[in-house]
Design a protein around this ligand. Structure first.
Ligand SMILES: Cc1ncc(COP(=O)(O)O)c(C=O)c1O
Length: 635
């Protein structure tokens, strides 16, 4: 057999293409994380997980690499700085982190703290997010942009925040908001800092294309913009308009869609400037995508451009149109969320079991007395013995037909359970043999190309798809999944990944492969007693907050890790995942009440001598331990 190297592994998981130079494989065959693309330092993920388990932190564990987060902020700001220099752009660039993408306190804290040198602001879209924004801005002077629908309370809070010194821009999403803002401004005498969101006819691509275009939920149409300017002039508030905003959707996969939006948005800016509106900022929204599958394509889990190209196009297009119109260039804001936080978190969990044939009885001996086999089973045996590359196609068809026949005969009572088990065993052996032949044939006959699916084995992993990577289930988004060890060994199993929820949807059957999307994840046969871990990568954006409590599997343990030149890594924070009592609390159950109720019933049974005192107290102890323990599976 040909030798297998870590480069072969990097290839089959397409790691170098989606990893953004932040993930690699070390000589031991373990996945490593680097703090930044240029750094030689790395953390061995497998060694880290082993150390965490020694610290009694159980999988699934969400690893948050704060240096990676900082590195992404630095990269985005660096590419814009370069683009500004290259294009001689006469104004500034600023990122506003959209809090909704990941609201975790430590994440926003890190962004606010590290982002200071880049003057990063926060974008908020609801009252709770506004409170987050205000809490971080206090004392730090972080600017805030308020998007999303707003009620009177929201608007009043923003206006008072403006009065007491916050740099806070309220973006008009709808005409009724403008009426409210004008009324509250008049009542309080506070002059707001205003932005106007426009509804572009340009649309994004992929799953979030409806955020742009005429039917978009947010933004003012051109006629409404004219009306808004009129209203603001009438009430003496036109000088309050400082920002023009548009957003055509998240994960925009094609650069030409971004260019169209930039052209249309900047044209609106120049026209509004000519009408005398003193806009200083053009906010191009989010949409800078992440290449989840590394295919550099316009597939919705990928993008056909780099962040350098994105920044260059933004700066170039805006400058070009402003110069043509003879209007001064605006300061540029982007609300890049996904591209900032996707890379920093990795979920690692253990494989609990597989449906491999390890536990299948060996029927080899029975084949010596083939005359005792049922005719259908005997035919399968003959195929197994004789199949070769010349009979492949015909034998494959016959095998599929014979296994169906075996099931029908069993249902009609003509086949014993033992015969059916041997048929099943022979079927999987034939498929394996076909596979080993097919791998050597080029080109593979069409009907055999998909037969691999019947060889796919299920690996059961200790996590909830619905809690940890909901977009994989909801919108079929691809996330890179890679075993974090043994990558110097050839993977010998083609697998799908099933989670531990009681839901048949809780299975991943689409993976990032060498040539794009594949239906198998290459994994290793797990040795007896081996702990085998898989990592889910690029899950820092949206997944942590969109996750739900299906089957009451709660938040996973989360560990914040930073790089340390001397010791390799340092654990900064450990956030315990939900205990069972906490998950139950979300649905209005109370642990102590449950214990009290069960104890009461047990005492009744103890009095009736149906249960011993020891059994009763042991059961209560177990229940107590379950309530206090992790919602995921242990040993
Ligand atoms: C107004 C607004 N800004 C920014 C974003 C963040 O987008 P992304 O995560 O694609 O950068 C969104 C998300 O859809 C949004 O609606």
């Amino acid at each position: 057999m040909e030798r297998w190297s870590i480069n072969d592994s990097a290839k089959i998981y397409n790691l170098d293409n989606w990893g953004a130079d932040l993930f690699s494989i070390n000589k031991k065959g373990n996945v490593c994380v680097h703090p930044s693309p240029t750094s030689k330092h790395s953390i061995d993920l497998r060694a880290l997980i082993d150390d965490l388990i020694k610290r009694k932190i159980k999988p699934p564990i969400l690893l948050r690499f704060m240096d990676v987060l900082q590195g992404r902020i630095a990269s985005i700001n660096r590419v814009f700085k370069n683009a500004i220099q290259e294009n001689d752009y006469p104004a500034r660039y600023q990122t506003f982190y959209p809090v909704k993408v990941n609201q975790q306190r430590q994440v926003v804290e890190a962004i606010a703290q590290y982002g200071k040198r880049y003057n990063i602001g926060l974008e908020v879209g609801s009252k709770p997010e506004l409170v987050i924004g205000i809490s971080f801005a206090t004392g730090n002077g972080i600017p805030i942009i308020c998007n999303g629908y707003k009620d009177t309370e929201y608007i009043e809070t923003v206006l008072y925040a403006t009065k007491i010194g916050y740099d806070i821009t309220i973006v008009v999403e709808k005409m009724f908001e403008l009426e409210k803002i004008i009324a509250i401004s008049k009542k309080t005498g506070i002059m707001p800092k205003l932005g106007i969101r426009v509804k572009l006819s340009s649309k994004g691509t992929g799953k979030w294309a409806t955020s742009g275009g005429e039917d978009a939920k947010f933004g003012l149409r051109m006629s409404e913009i004219i009306a808004a300017i009129g209203m603001l002039e009438e009430h003496g508030l036109i000088d309050c308009v400082k920002l023009l905003h548009f957003h055509i959707g998240s994960q925009i996969t094609k650069i030409d869609k971004i260019k169209s939006a930039l052209i249309e948005g900047t044209r609106i800016y120049t026209e509004m400037k000519k009408l005398g509106v003193g806009i200083e900022y053009v906010d191009i929204g989010g949409g800078l995508g992440v290449d989840y599958d590394g295919s550099k394509s316009s597939h919705f889990s990928s993008v056909n451009y780099s962040i350098e190209e994105y920044a260059n196009d933004v700066i170039y297009q805006i400058k070009n149109i402003c110069e043509d119109a003879g209007v001064e260039c605006p300061n540029i804001i982007s609300e890049s969320g996904r591209a900032t936080v996707a890379h920093y978190s990795v979920l690692v969990t253990n494989v609990l079991d597989t449906n491999t044939s390890n536990t299948m009885p060996d029927f080899e001996e029975m084949l010596n007395s083939a005359e005792k086999l049922a005719p259908t089973v005997k035919k399968l045996l003959d195929i197994y013995k004789s199949i070769d590359r010349y009979s492949l196609r015909e034998d494959y068809h016959d095998t599929v037909q014979l296994i169906q026949e075996a099931v029908s005969l069993f249902n009609l009572g003509y086949l014993t359970l033992n015969d059916r088990a041997i048929a099943e065993w022979l079927y999987s052996k034939i498929l394996r043999k076909i596979n080993s032949i097919v791998e050597k044939i080029k080109p593979i006959p069409e009907e055999l190309q998909n037969f691999h699916l019947s060889l796919r084995q299920t690996y059961f992993a200790n996590f909830s798809l619905f809690q940890s990577i909901p977009d994989s289930w909801a919108i079929d988004q691809l996330f890179p999944i890679v075993p974090i060890q043994r990558l110097n060994q050839r993977p010998d199993v083609m697998a799908s990944i099933a989670d531990i929820t009681c839901d048949s949807d809780g299975e991943i059957t689409s993976f990032v492969g060498e040539q794009g999307r594949t239906k198998f994840l290459p994994l290793h046969k797990i040795r007896k007693g081996e702990s085998y871990f898989i990592g889910f990568f690029l899950i820092g954006a949206y997944q942590e907050i969109l996750g739900d409590m299906h089957n009451l599997f709660g938040d996973t343990n989360a560990v914040h890790v930073t790089f340390n030149k001397r010791t390799g890594y340092q654990i900064d924070t450990v956030i315990n995942g939900d205990a069972t009592w906490e998950s139950l609390k979300y649905v209005q159950y109370k642990g102590p009440e449950i214990l009290k109720h069960v104890r009461h019933n047990l005492e009744k049974n103890v009095a009736l001598r149906k249960v011993s005192i020891e059994e009763s107290s042991h059961f209560l102890e177990l229940l107590d331990k379950t309530l206090l323990g992790y919602t995921y599976l242990g040993e």
